[in-house]
Design a protein around this ligand. Structure first.
Ligand code: 5BU
Length: 266
């Protein structure tokens, strides 16, 4: 049976959310009628900013891998943050932290990237145990940021399943919704009486089922309607064809929103 939360609107979920980043995300989704997050996995600052400007009308969130940028300066991060306010989206740095609490706090707040200062949302593996959540929280909570945990992955043969996934959900419950707001997962991993977690889902494509390197794609309908996920993450499906970036973003926005509206009818 579908999780009860899947029939609630994004707006109603925003209204009662204790975390300001999750609230902003859910409000943005409702206002712009989009559950699309574009993953901008290109290596030049100018190209990142160009794609972000093109997709902005169709997204609730932009996802980065800041460590792939060859000409990174902190100006890029500041410009992304400025665009997030001007063009109305949330920033998700897909950092996948995976170390002890003390180290991840430093990796999150310091170094050249200073992720906590500009990325509203980031994510962490649960393999180190709950210390990773408190370590990141020391840097991110005072800034109003949010954290999601990797409960599942999209790639073939990954080990995040079964008991591992259940333990990730248990760790989120214990952390509190004011900091850990949900999961990277392929389906609703939470239970009916859980807090209102967000399920954010990569591995989304309308045209192909894989990339030959382990990625596995499902359609927005499979992800949002059938599996009850909240946000679809699309990378190459949108930015690969340089002449159709805005058109592809619109296509995924429409497909994702239609799947959400159909889910509300269940
Ligand atoms: P794609 O081009 O749509 O395949 O990109 C997917 C993005 O999502 C890419 O940045 C990955 O690093 C990211 N991702 C993923 O594909 N699967 C996962 O389980 C997680 C992240 Br977590």
């Amino acid at each position: 049976a579908p999780h009860p939360v899947t029939t609630k609107t994004y707006a109603s979920r925003a209204a009662s959310h204790p975390n300001s980043t999750a609230r902003r995300l859910l409000e943005t989704m409702e206002r712009k009628k989009t559950n699309l997050c574009v993953s901008v996995d290109v290596t030049k600052s100018a190209e990142i900013l160009d794609i972000v400007r093109q997709v902005a009308p169709y997204v609730c969130m932009v996802k980065t891998h800041i460590d792939i940028v060859e000409d990174f300066t902190i100006d890029l991060a500041h410009e992304l943050r400025r665009l997030a306010d001007e063009l109305d989206f949330v920033i998700f740095e897909d950092r996948k932290f995976a170390d002890i609490g003390n180290t991840v706090e430093l990796q999150y707040s310091s170094g050249v990237h200073k992720i906590a200062s500009w990325s509203h949302l980031t994510n962490a593996h649960v393999v180190p145990g709950p210390g990773i959540i408190t370590g990141l929280g020391a840097a991110g909570k005072p800034l109003g940021n949010a954290l999601i945990l990797l409960a599942e992955m999209s790639s073939a043969g990954n080990l995040a399943s079964g008991e591992y996934t259940e333990k990730a959900v248990q760790m989120a419950r214990e952390a509190g919704l004011d900091w850990v707001v949900g999961f990277i997962a392929m389906h609703r991993v939470d239970k009916a009486d859980d807090p209102d977690f967000l399920v954010i889902t990569p591995g989304v494509g309308l045209d192909v089922r894989g990339d030959g390197r382990g990625q596995q794609y499902r359609t927005p309908h499979e992800v949002v309607h059938d599996s009850g996920c909240d946000v679809i993450i699309v990378g190459r499906g949108i930015y690969k064809n340089k002449d159709a970036v805005a058109a592809e973003a619109k296509r995924y926005q429409e497909a994702g929103w239609k799947a959400y509206e159909e889910r509300l009818q269940r």
